[in-house]
Design a protein around this ligand. Sequence first.
Ligand SMILES: Nc1ncnc2c1ncn2[C@@H]1O[C@H](COP(=O)(O)OP(=O)(O)OP(=O)(O)O)[C@@H](O)[C@H]1O
Ligand SMILES: [Mg+2]
Length: 360
Amino acid sequence: MLFSPYPKTKREELFDRDRELKEFEEAIGRGERLILLLGLRRLGKSSLLNVALNDLPNPSIKIDVRQTYSEFSSASRYVIGKKLLSAMSGRRKIMEEAKAFLERVRGISVSGLKVEISSREFSITELLEALNEYGEKAGRVVIAFDEAQYLRFGGATRYDGILAYAVDNLENLTFVLTGSEVGLLFDFLKFNDPEAPLFGRYHHDIILERFSPELSEEFLRRGFEEAGVKAREREIEEAVGELDGIVGWLALYGYIRTTRKLGHREAIDEVMREAKSVVGSELSKLFSYSPRYRLILKGIALGHSRWKDIRDYLVLKTGYINDSNFSSLLENLVKSGYVEKKEGRYSISDPVLARVFREL
Ligand SMILES: Nc1ncnc2c1ncn2[C@@H]1O[C@H](COP(=O)(O)OP(=O)(O)OP(=O)(O)O)[C@@H](O)[C@H]1O
Ligand SMILES: [Mg+2]
C-alpha cells in the first residue's frame, strides 16, 4: 500500500525513485565499494534501501544502527557484530552458502541456520574478511548500515578505520551507509581529513530529495485511488502546500485519512499532532544537552534567519551566551539536518517541523 506508514520493502509499494534505484543498482554492478544514501528524515531512505537490497541478486545484510544504539546505548563491536550475525541467522540461502566461511571466524559459533558471537575473541574485521571470501564465491556481498552516523558511538571500536581497511582490501564487499544527519555522518567519516583513515576514499553519494509539488500531488492521487477513497483536488493541493514534498508526512496524511475515515482538515491536524510527538522523542536527547536548542529552533521557525538575529532572540530569552558557544549549538542543528543554511541564512528544512517548533 502506497500510504502504509512503515518503511517499504517492495518495489510496487515505492512511489517514483526509479532514478535512485537504477543508480544504486549500477553502482553495485560496477563493483563500487562505498555508497552513501543521504537525505533528510522521512524522505524514504530506509524504504529505498530495503527495496534496492531486495531487488539485488547479491546477498545482503542490513542493520539499523540508530535502533541498535537506542536499544544498547552503544555501538561496540559486540553489539554491531551481534546485529550483523542475527541479520544472517535464519536465512537459509545465505547461511548455507556462507557457513563454511563463518565457521573459521574466531569468537563466533554456527549451528544450523543460527550464527552468534561466542567469545570475546570476536573481531568485526575477521567477520568482514570471511564475508569477503563468501563474496568471492557468491558474488559481491552488500552490507548496509542504516543511519550510520550512530557508528560514531563505537567506543574503542573505530568503524572509520575498519571501513577504510575493508574498502581498500576487501574487494567483494560493498558498504551502503544511510544518514539523515548528514553533517554528523560526514564528521564521523572525515573524508577530507588527511589524518583520518577514510581520507580521500571514493564514495558514491545518492541524494534523496523531496518530491516536487506535482509529484507529491500524484503520489496522493494514486494512494487515494488505491485505497478507494475520494479526495478533492483542492484538498490534495492544500495538503501538499502544508506538508511539502516530504513523503513520510504525505503518506501519514493519506494513511490517517483512508484508514480512520477522517476529513481533510482533521487529517492534517492529526499529522501535526503526530509530528509534535515525533519531535518530542527525536529531540529529547538534544534538548537534555542544552535547553537552548529548543529556543534556537523556535527562533528560526519564527523567522529569524541571520546568525545575529537568532543569537539576539536567544539572548533575549535566556540571557548572555558567548559567540562561539552559540555558533557551535547552531552548527550542531545544521549537522543534524533540522536546520538548513543557505547563503548565510538559516531556516527549518521541514515545514511541518517548523510549525511544531514555533510552538515549542
Ligand atoms: N517512495 C516512497 N513511496 C511511498 N511511500 C514512501 C516512499 N518513501 C518513503 N515512504 C513512506 O514514508 C515514510 C518514511 O519512509 P522511510 O522510513 O523509508 O524514510 P527515512 O528517510 O528512512 O526516514 P528516517 O530518517 O525517519 O529513518 C514511511 O511511511 C514510508 O512508507
Ligand atoms: Mg530510515
